[in-house]
Design a protein around this ligand. Structure first.
Ligand SMILES: *Cc1c(COP(=O)(O)O)cnc(C)c1O
Length: 393
């Protein structure tokens, strides 16, 4: 039918720009896996602690299915939730040292539902330009006036506050804690100062900080020693926690308000018992010990040193640049989408899975490498060797 013909030409445009993407089949969540039939070392996972393949999470999920069934049977307000939903929210708030927490069915839904509940067209949102798509979409959906500040650019944020704050009722500052496609951290202490100075709420998205940063793995807020500040701490259960779902932690009033006003929590089915139990087991494992976290950071340090010296020695034309990182995420920026596609394929030919990230996801093209606690030192050596071969191709 003619009404749908535009889709084909829209796809052709995507192909032409080298923006086309398709899904690959990955056999399992571990550090090595079979990708489209080929064994690879996996540097594309957000499972930072290797918990998605941990038998303790699997057993907790199976036990929860036997006790509570496979489905949550309805929205939590209408149909009631299970005891494990309460236990998970209690574990998250005590870990985060907040009064309360609420669990959503995904991190994306948590961001959309929180932002749209907190602000509307009378209000102002000031957001880091590199924020995750779910934060950007939540901001647009809210109807609030939205201004982006340059990535981590505190003085630009202050100028925006000076210019616009006075003309709006509420103001919400929004930032990733660890920037997911770069690996650097937000300037949290400065953001908190500005939030206090200009009477703003501050939402921090800890999707890549939770389980990874801070003495107890509670995230970037703990890492910076900012746990006394009143914040809206959002995160996901689907990365270091190895499960599925999202959460918001904060004051008892905030969480109570979200339960009453957050559409993407109210009008959707509660998190499944299996996902809830797996996430609860993960929080307990992370809080009990720091072994997985210290393994992860050993690998991160190894990779950072090796990659820095590799790029310094075999990058004559400066076509590759390691972006600043303070997390398990490392990005090697290249000049064009075509260049990263070629590089990603060359790495893949050598058994290394490190994806090409291109516009429109990010402003510049890059190879993204993410480390896991379950990577072995040899895995890092092989990655570096593959970069070396690539440099000579
Ligand atoms: C992954 C991610 C989300 C979304 O979380 P899901 O649970 O996968 O929906 C939100 N924010 C950031 C920064 C993320 O990286």
């Amino acid at each position: 039918m003619a009404a749908y013909a535009w889709i084909e030409s829209a796809l052709a445009t995507v192909h032409k720009a080298n923006w086309y993407r398709s899904v690959k089949t990955m056999s399992s969540p571990g550090p090595t896996a079979v990708l489209n039939g080929k064994t690879v070392i996996n540097f594309a996972s957000n499972d930072y602690l290797g918990l998605a393949g941990d038998s303790r999470l699997a057993e907790a999920a199976i036990a929860a299915i036997h006790t509570y069934g496979t489905g949550s049977t309805g929205s939590r307000l209408l149909s009631g939730h299970r005891l494990i939903h309460e236990q998970l929210e209690g574990a998250i708030s005590s870990w985060k040292q907040t009064e309360a927490a609420i669990v959503y069915s995904s991190g994306y839904l948590a961001n959309i539902g929180t932002i749209t509940a907190l602000v509307n067209k009378r209000d102002l949102i000031l957001a880091d330009a590199y924020n995750h798509a779910s934060l950007k979409n939540g901001a647009r959906l809210s109807g609030a006036t939205l201004h982006e500040f340059g990535h981590a650019h505190v003085t630009e944020l202050q100028t925006l506050l000076e210019t616009h704050r006075a003309y709006h009722r509420r103001c919400l500052l929004v930032t990733d804690s660890v920037f997911s496609m770069d690996g650097d951290l937000c300037p949290l202490p400065e953001l908190i100062d500005l939030a206090e100075q200009y009477d703003c709420m501050l939402l921090i998205d800890e999707a890549h900080g939770t389980g990874v940063l801070g003495a107890t793995g509670a995230g970037c807020v703990e890492h910076f020693g900012c746990r006394d500040a009143e914040l809206i701490q959002m995160g996901t259960l689907s990365k270091a926690l190895g499960s599925l779902g999202g959460y918001v932690a904060g004051s008892a009033n905030l969480i109570d308000y979200l339960r009453n006003r957050s559409s993407s929590w109210i009008y959707t089915t509660g998190l499944s018992p299996a996902d809830t139990a797996a996430a609860l087991a993960a929080v307990e494992i992370i809080r009990e010990g720091s072994e997985l976290r210290s393994q992860l950071w050993q690998r991160v340090t190894q990779l950072k040193q090796a990659l820095t010296s590799q790029l310094a020695s075999e990058n004559d034309h400066q076509t590759m640049q390691l972006l600043p990182s303070e997390s398990p995420i490392f990005c090697v920026q290249m000049l064009t989408p075509a260049a990263v596609l070629t590089a990603s394929q060359q790495l893949l030919d050598q058994g290394i899975f490190a994806p090409a990230i291109r516009p429109p996801t990010v402003p510049t093209s890059r190879i993204r490498i993410s480390m896991m606690a379950t990577h072995q030192p040899e895995h890092v050596d092989q990655l570096i060797a593959a970069f070396s071969v690539m440099a000579h191709q």
